[in-house]
Design a protein around this ligand. Structure first.
Ligand SMILES: Nc1ncnc2c1ncn2[C@@H]1O[C@H](COP(=O)(O)OP(=O)(O)OP(=O)(O)O)[C@@H](O)[C@H]1O
Ligand SMILES: [Mg+2]
Length: 457
């Protein structure tokens, strides 16, 4: 949302800078036009009026001298000089005037009228041959009228010059004001553009991080699904062994019907464990090794299931398999995952119990409001010292082990427990046996609700 807004502000700032620039050129153009087409031509015309006035004075004196010398009066040069003044005045008056100038222009017209009357009188006196009167008119009246007209023209000229000066200053003021405004807008636009670029860079970086995290997650998920195949293959072998054992027993002719029914039930429950295991591990793998927060598995029934599955194997090896649980409790994982955890540890205990005279395995549970803990204790030889430090790493197996296996069971237990927020560990005493344990977060709310469920016999 902020990105389009930033771009909009930047574009608006640049547009505003352009508008300010245009406004400046309109204002300066207007002032420059006023100077070029009004004040400058006015000054030029008024200056010409003054020049023509001097020329008229000379022409009148020539006329007086000529007639005084007895020559015939010639009004043409005087009339031409008068017309020249009139033409320049007309040209000036044709230009635009403003209110202050109008007052002064009125003075010019008035003094020009006085001058015209004086000149007409002079011409009459010359025509009559009255030289003394003409001399008086020229030296006194004409001089006074010419001085008045000159002064009036000077006033208008100065007014136009002052106006031109003001316009020039205004041009300068507009220019500097517009320059500051445009500069300020450019600075604002640049600052916003830089801020936008920084934010954009951050967004791109965050997006790249997100894409990278997503890619890693996908990779992990693919890897987890890949590992799933291995775990499933690994974990279902044991219950499938129970199924196959049941089928073999059922095929024996000396079995009674009651015994067969019991064997069939055991085989069926082994198969349902296979299903639960596969479903649980598949759910976990599909979730990219992230447990479902709503998952829960009841500990006691899972322990009973695993124990009943392993019982024939334990009997075969003359192992006493016991369960000690401290009431109903729920772990925060699905039933398949919990089955995998317990079955791996219990199966190892049977596999590696060795040939000692005491042959006992105990699966225990303990729980608090926060944690459930499962311990599998055996009376075997304990861990071989060569693998103890790396016992939970994949493919860690004792060199001298005669038991079949690939070394993934404990690595799977650690991986599943930790992925569900739990821990694993082992305490081994050479010659006395091992206690493998794992802990998982408990589902507190459920503990009270199921308090009344009777404990299994
Ligand atoms: N209770 C135990 N007593 C003694 N040694 C054990 C016990 N449990 C595991 N071990 C040793 O730890 C090794 C690793 O066990 P892990 O379960 O990871 O693999 P595995 O049992 O060899 O093969 P699998 O992948 O089939 O489980 C075993 O090979 C064994 O040497
Ligand atoms: Mg194992």
């Amino acid at each position: 949302m902020w990105l389009p807004a930033t771009f909009a502000v930047v574009i608006l700032s640049f547009l505003a800078a352009t508008v300010v620039g245009q406004w400046q050129s309109f204002a300066t153009d207007r002032a420059a036009r006023e100077i070029a087409y009004n004040t400058a031509p006015s000054i030029e015309r008024l200056t010409s009026v003054r020049g023509e006035l001097r020329n008229l004075h000379l022409v009148l004196r020539d006329e007086l001298d000529r007639v005084a010398r007895g020559q015939k009066p010639d009004p043409s040069p005087v009339n031409r000089a008068r017309n020249a003044i009139q033409q320049e005045m007309d040209a000036y008056l044709a230009l635009p005037t403003w209110s202050d100038e109008l007052v002064l222009a009125g003075n010019v017209l008035r003094t020009q009228g006085q001058l015209g009357e004086t000149v007409s009188r002079f011409q009459d006196e010359i025509a009559r041959g009255d030289i003394p009167a003409a001399t008086t008119t020229l030296t006194l009246d004409f001089n006074t009228a010419a001085t008045n007209l000159n002064a009036a023209v000077m006033d208008v000229t100065e007014l136009n010059a002052a106006h031109a000066h003001d316009l020039a200053l205004e041009i300068q003021r507009i220019r500097s004001k517009a320059t500051y405004a445009a500069f300020g807008l450019d600075v604002v636009a640049t600052a916003i553009a830089i801020a936008g670029a920084v934010m954009l860079r951050r967004v791109i970086r965050d997006h790249a991080d997100l894409v990278e995290r997503h890619r890693r997650l996908e990779e992990e998920r693919a890897c987890e699904l890949e590992q799933f195949a291995g775990r499933v293959a690994h974990d279902i072998l044991s219950p499938l062994g129970a199924v196959s054992f049941s089928l073999q027993l059922m095929n024996q002719p000396d079995q009674s019907d009651a015994k067969r029914a019991q064997i069939a039930e055991r085989g069926t429950s082994a198969l349902s464990r296979v299903k639960r295991l596969v479903n649980g591990l598949l759910d976990f793998a599909r979730a990219g090794a992230t447990p479902d927060p709503d998952a829960r598995a009841e500990l006691r029934s899972t322990l009973m299931d695993v124990a009943s599955e392993l019982q024939p194997l334990a009997d075969e090896r003359a192992i006493e398999l016991g369960i000690k649980e401290d009431g109903v409790c729920y772990a925060r994982c699905n039933a398949g995952v919990l089955t995998s955890l317990v079955a791996n540890l219990a199966h190892n205990a049977i596999k590696y119990i060795g040939d000692g005279p005491v042959r006992r395995i105990e699966i225990r549970t303990r729980h608090s409001a926060q944690v459930v803990r499962v311990e599998v204790e055996d009376s075997g030889p304990g861990l071989p010292p060569d693998i103890e430090p790396r016992i939970f790493q994949p493919y860690a197996r004792s060199k001298g082990s005669m038991e079949p296996g690939i070394g993934l069971g404990l690595a799977t237990v650690k991986r599943l427990a930790e992925a569900h927020g739990g821990r694993v560990g082992v305490r081994s005493i050479t010659g006395c046996g091992c206690i493998f344990w794992f802990e998982l977060p408990a589902v507190e709310a459920m503990a009270g609700v199921y308090e009344s469920v009777p404990a299994p016999a």
